[in-house]
Design a protein around this ligand. Structure first.
Ligand code: MN
Length: 206
């Protein structure tokens, strides 16, 4: 007997990862085949708003709780959430059999437009060009977007190209970046029904 659901999704693509250091205590749960449900508490409101975009537009269920040294600033918290989310995604993806592997998206928000391209290559690489028009977005330092994605890339072992092509408002710029990241992730993480059980590389491994 065959069942198309279990054929295309042979194992639940979920993971739970905790990270506990002197700077931050973080728990991340992911379900790559979710519906976009999110439970988020990092202590940085705008960062929660961005993580919510990853869940909603990536159709990833995301549970992220972080208690960090915000009395210093948001740096360790944002970077370590990126690291822990990267570890959780890598664990949930597993052996990458049947994975589409590549994903890309353009997302606008009013005057802002961003493009994100991702490859589950097995090699960390980040090229990010986002000229933020403001330093702070609420209590979120826009410089930390780079730290988040660098942490993610290093631990999810992906190649990630992020370009903000247009934008005057930093909230809009950031939101288009995170939404495009979510959409690109969603595409790359899909199982290709034409390629079930096949590792998407001529090398035979990723
Ligand atoms: Mn917004």
């Amino acid at each position: 007997m065959t069942n198309s659901t279990t054929d295309s999704l042979p194992v639940p693509r979920t993971a739970e990862v905790s990270r506990d250091t002197a700077e931050t205590k973080i728990t991340v749960k992911v379900n790559l085949d979710g519906t976009g449900k999110a439970a988020l508490s990092t202590g940085i409101g705008f960062f929660d708003h961005m993580l919510d975009q990853i869940a909603r537009h990536g159709l990833i269920d995301l549970d992220i709780h972080a208690v960090g040294d915000l009395h210093i600033d948001g740096h360790h918290t944002v970077e370590d959430v990126g690291i822990t989310l990267g570890q959780a995604v890598a664990q949930a993806v597993g052996d990458k059999k049947g994975l589409r592997r590549y994903g890309h998206a353009y997302v606008p928000l009013d005057e802002a437009l961003s493009r994100v391209v991702i490859d589950f290559s097995g090699r960390p690489g980040l090229v990010m060009n986002v000229p933020f028009k403001s330093g702070m977005i609420g209590t979120f330092d826009s410089q930390l977007a780079y730290e988040f994605f660098q942490g993610f890339v290093n631990h999810a072992f992906v190649t990630l190209h992020i370009d903000n092509l247009k934008g005057e408002n930093a909230h809009h710029q950031a939101e288009t970046v995170f939404k495009a990241f979510a959409r690109a992730l969603r595409m790359a993480l899909e199982i290709d029904p034409r390629s079930i059980g096949v590792i998407p590389s001529t090398k035979g491994s990723l």
